[in-house]
Ligand binder design. Structure first.
Ligand SMILES: NC(=O)c1ccc[n+]([C@@H]2O[C@H](COP(=O)([O-])OP(=O)(O)OC[C@H]3O[C@@H](n4cnc5c(N)ncnc54)[C@H](O)[C@@H]3O)[C@@H](O)[C@H]2O)c1
Length: 248
């Protein structure tokens, strides 16, 4: 029996990168998957509450229920605070944090009525610890982590689990845009080195973590922020371990 047989899943940001990989994984495991993105069959902007509400209602009208939500829609952005335009701050918070809140809100309307459901939000290692120039992006992702814990508290008794994945640096179109930008490419190797497995992640590695948290295999897991980061957040590695013959 496939884990998501008979289940209906919505994946925001499902047209690209991590969201697309998660759509593929859930569909492979038997789910009916409805991607919400700016383009594609279900064109939804997660910052537009009216269109989001209507899109979730349509999923329930078309399929009868909504069992899983993964909120991958997101945008990079930020910079040192003293030079950060307030409009750029607001744009990043709007997509990453408000978009997550609105997506969860309109999925929860149905999940609360059903008394069942599972949500996976998407933060980042940059929602757990800071990075140079992170500001708006990191604040938005830190907000997603705490929003997730609060929703887990509020909806657990109603049969809804809410967890979060915190990816390290994963090779996607967003990653290539950021790492390929002027001034960033020279730091790419340092970011790679910071992952203790010595490489960047693959979208499928985030999809498998999201699928686990959404599935009944995680039936006693709620309010958890799962880092899937190749060891990025474990601590400092100077290379001293080379002296111990640990270079691999
Ligand atoms: N790639 C990484 O290294 C990495 C690391 C940590 C966290 N993340 C997070 O994972 C998520 C997915 O990132 P990705 O790397 O797959 O990026 P991506 O750019 O490949 O995909 C993001 C998708 O979100 C969609 N989107 C953006 N704004 C939207 C909106 N307002 N409404 C609906 N859809 C919208 C885009 O159209 C795109 O399809 C993001 O939240 C990102 O912050 C990514």
């Amino acid at each position: 029996m496939k884990r998501f047989q008979g289940k209906v899943a919505v994946v925001t940001g499902g047209a690209s990168g991590l969201g697309e990989a998660t759509c593929t994984r859930l569909a492979d495991e038997g789910a009916t998957v409805v991607p919400f993105d700016l383009t594609g069959d279900t064109s939804v902007d997660v910052t537009n509450e009216a269109s989001l509400a209507a899109a979730f209602d349509k999923v329930v009208t078309d399929h009868g229920h909504i069992d899983a939500l993964a909120t991958f829609a997101g945008t990079p952005g930020g910079g040192p605070v003293h030079g950060l335009d307030a409009n750029e701050w607001a744009r990043v918070i709007e997509v990453n944090l408000t978009g997550t809140y609105l997506s969860c809100k309109h999925a929860l309307r149905h999940m609360v009525e059903q008394k069942s459901g599972s949500i996976v939000t998407v933060a980042s290692v940059e929602g757990i610890e800071g990075t140079e120039g992170g500001s708006a992006y990191n604040a938005s992702k830190g907000g997603v982590v705490l929003l997730t814990k609060n929703m887990a508290i509020d909806y657990g008794r109603l049969g809804v689990r809410v967890n979060c994945v915190c990816p390290g640096f994963i090779d996607t179109p967003m990653f290539r845009d950021v790492m390929g930008s002027e001034g960033m490419s020279q730091y790419r190797e340092e970011y790679r080195e910071h992952h203790k497995l010595g490489r960047f992640g693959h979208p499928e590695e985030i999809a498998s973590a999201a699928a686990f948290l959404l599935s009944d295999d995680a039936s006693f897991v709620t309010g958890h922020a799962l880092v899937v980061d190749g060891g990025y957040t474990t601590g400092m590695r100077t290379g001293l371990s080379s002296l111990m013959g640990l270079d691999g």
